[in-house]
Design a binder for this molecule. Sequence first.
Ligand code: 6PG
Length: 243
Amino acid sequence: MSCEKVKCHIFVKESTDDLASDCASYILGALSEALKSRERATVAISGGSTPKPLFARMAKASFDWSRVHVFWVDERCVPPTDDQSNYKLASEAWLAPARIPDTNVHRILGELSPEEAAKRYVDELKRFFDLREGQQPVFDLIHRGIGADAHTASLFPGEPLIADRKGIAAAVWVEKMKSHRVTLLPGVLLAARQTVIEAVGQDKAGPVHSVLEGPIDLFQFPCQIAARDHVAWFLDKAAASKL
Ligand code: 6PG
């Protein structure tokens, strides 16, 4: 099903296995396409629970990762060994089994203070993408999730940084989680060449409907940021049930 009025593609799958397999194929296709015209391909991934089957599929794929560089959309401010760490999730499910070189993995240093972790991440992005003052990184593909409250990355409803279009990444306090996080900012999400948004489960049906078919209100539905152009949604039937 493709959503003409929002110029995006929506793929609805019966099973989470099929969802993970198709999403992985889509991502690998985008990275392969990028490598045809650029020396390195860049992908920024999210965390949470949804991506685990996707990461497992990526790990099993026969793919030359040597020119693929992995970044994060956001990270909890915890050590990389913490079960809450998005890096830990990806490392165990994908990066280590796929033997992606450490030099290709650019994690957010969650063990540092939130401000220091954000600064170091911005510095790493500026270095890697060779950014001049005022420029933002353009990822070949950004992989995002959506929360039951329609948040994406670590941009939760009401977050003032939702209005930011110039910044690269920042530390945020998430009141409902009583925790700090580091997140890419909206301008970087909007600049991505391709975006994939994954959602599974009945609790995502409402926010998916609001984001794709509700009134535009980025502060209420932050996942509406970069949710329509050059975006592929991968949903199970439950998450798509209100479309
Ligand atoms: C995180 C993610 C976040 C996630 C949504 C959905 O750090 O939690 O980056 O943006 O994509 O919260 O999470 P689930 O997949 O666990 O529902």
